[in-house]
Design a protein around this ligand. Structure first.
Ligand SMILES: Cc1cc2nc3c(=O)[nH]c(=O)nc-3n(C[C@H](O)[C@H](O)[C@H](O)COP(=O)(O)OP(=O)(O)OC[C@H]3O[C@@H](n4cnc5c(N)ncnc54)[C@H](O)[C@@H]3O)c2cc1C
Length: 479
């Protein structure tokens, strides 16, 4: 195996492995250092893929639980979930995908260097078997030389002050995807995408679920109408939501967790649960990387980059969950991949443009699903637009009635002056797929009128997007 490469990538998550493939496609010699036993990072091993696999199991159970409505007869007894089979199926999907990345590395002649990387300066990367020893220790097991280095070391779960994660009773998403048994009760701290997805999974599996959210509403990054609809649906499903509430103490015992929380009126509420899932966000993985020693500018542990993902040290770039950039930076797989493509192309000398973070789709796979892109109604007003909105409920559509999935709506936020679409927010069936049309609409600076003139096939869920456009002009056809 060579020691000298055009590009060395540190980390083989959705940022790193995509950057590596794009760099190889553009004719560069590439190595990727990855410390895990499999390629694919958080998304493939602990995140997007295994959680969505569990959600598909929850959906299958939902359909079977409603067998009578579908005219399907099943032998007497209550349908239940077999966690052994659930994990076997999920693990098979994960392994298939991580092996797929290995295949792509071979196809593109990318070397996978197994081990933990540390930046050593002067275009050098030390690679160690375990965690890197201190800087003063002897040189690394393997030294790589690179003309360009891309850091894509990602993120890991983090707690909040005062809450100690013991990985048994007080857990993170890394443990929540591996639970061997369905807990009787689960309290979830945080109602971002991770929190509400696990709420949907375990509620459907039969768990008593309570979500505690510090801010006044669930999924606080979404448009307010989406939060309200989700809270309504969760209430119907028996998921309790305590918003504006702060967990102040959590103590693991032999039997479960004792939790104290401060409610909006300042009172203390006590809760007991089998498990507390801490889903309050993720922090950067930069410990032991040698970034600070190299003089790379950092911010609260994150690597600071410019709009084209250059760090303060020439020939070192950084992408994905590990970076901070001017303005909000969503920690999402598709964001890290696009940053990887842009970085590889810039290094190859291609002309590239900064990413427009207003055009990043957000997909939350709870039940009902959420898909959104662009400005919420409140954000659009904050930015000074003369805002007009229109919404259309899925429940009116023939396709939704046939599928028995009638919750939710599509809402469009537009600028009255130029009729430009500023944001599209949807909650309901297939929203994580339907949002793709809205992403393209924003990218092409589409007007509401153009969306009205775009033909939406019948009968489909996508008719809700066309009808929401009509509604924005005050004239929905089927309402
Ligand atoms: C439960 C959960 C569900 C999620 N669901 C979604 C979703 O549905 N859609 C979505 O878009 N996003 C989702 N995400 C977020 C998504 O997984 C991340 O945004 C994405 O994985 C970030 O990619 P990355 O390449 O920046 O980092 P990571 O995927 O974290 O990869 C970093 C890699 O670097 C390796 N590494 C770190 N340090 C070193 C070192 N010194 N040497 C060698 N290797 C190193 C790590 O082992 C890891 O493999 C989810 C996350 C979680 C936790």
């Amino acid at each position: 195996m060579a020691n000298s490469y055009d590009v060395v990538v540190i980390g083989a998550g959705t940022g790193g492995y995509v950057a590596a493939i794009r760099a190889a496609q553009l004719g560069m010699t590439v190595a990727v250092v990855e410390k895990q036993k499999a390629l694919g990072g958080t998304c493939l091993i602990w995140g997007c893929i295994p959680t969505k696999a569990l959600l598909e199991h929850a959906h299958a159970l939902k359909v079977i639980q409603n067998a009578k409505e579908w005219g399907v007869t099943i032998p007497a007894g209550t349908p239940a979930i077999d966690m052994g089979q659930v994990h076997a199926r999920k693990d098979k999907i994960v392994t298939g995908l991580t092996k797929g990345v290995e295949f792509l590395f071979k196809k593109n002649k990318i070397d996978w260097i197994k081990g933990t990387a540390r930046l050593a300066g002067n275009g050098k990367v030390d690679v160690f078997d375990g965690d890197p020893p201190s800087r003063e220790a002897t040189a690394g097991k393997h030294v790589l030389e690179a003309k360009q280095i891309i850091v894509a070391t990602g993120s890991q779960p983090r707690s909040v002050p005062g809450i100690t994660i013991d990985h048994k009773r007080i857990i993170t998403s890394d443990e929540a995807i591996h639970l061997k048994e369905v807990p009787k009760s689960l309290v979830i701290m945080g109602s971002g995408a991770v929190g509400v997805e696990f709420a949907s999974i375990y509620r459907r599996f039969g768990t008593e679920v309570t979500i505690i959210e510090l801010l006044p509403r669930l999924v606080p990054v979404e448009d307010e109408a989406i939060s309200a609809e989700l809270e309504k649906s969760f209430r119907k499903q028996g998921i309790k939501s305590l918003t504006g509430t702060k967990v102040t103490k959590a103590t693991a015992t032999d039997k479960g967790v004792e939790i104290e929380a401060q409610t909006p009126d300042g009172k203390t509420q006590k809760l007991s649960a089998d498990i507390l899932l801490v889903a309050t966000g993720r922090g950067p993985v930069t410990a032991g990387l040698g970034a600070e020693e190299l003089g790379i500018q950092m911010d609260r542990g994150y690597i600071k980059v410019d709009p084209l993902f250059r760090t303060s040290v020439p020939s070192v770039s950084a992408i994905g969950d590990v970076i901070t950039i001017d303005g909000p930076h969503p920690q999402l797989a598709h964001v890290s991949s696009m940053e990887g493509v842009i970085t590889a192309e810039r290094i190859a000398g291609r002309e590239v443009q900064p990413l427009n973070y207003d055009h990043v789709p957000g997909c939350t796979y709870c039940d009902p699903e959420i898909g959104s892109v662009g400005l919420s109604e409140a954000k659009a007003k904050e930015r000074g637009y003369d805002v007009v909105v229109g919404a259309f409920p899925f429940g009116v559509l023939g396709r939704a009635k046939m599928a028995g999935e009638t919750e939710g709506f599509v809402k469009i936020v537009a600028d009255k002056k130029y009729d430009e679409i500023l944001g599209v927010h949807m909650i309901g069936p297939r929203s994580t797929e339907l949002v793709a049309e809205a992403v393209l609409a924003l990218r092409l600076e589409c007007t509401v009128e153009e969306l009205i003139r775009t033909i939406h096939a019948h009968p489909t869920f996508s008719e809700a997007v066309g009808e929401a456009a009509h509604a924005t002009h005050g004239a929905a056809i089927h309402m």
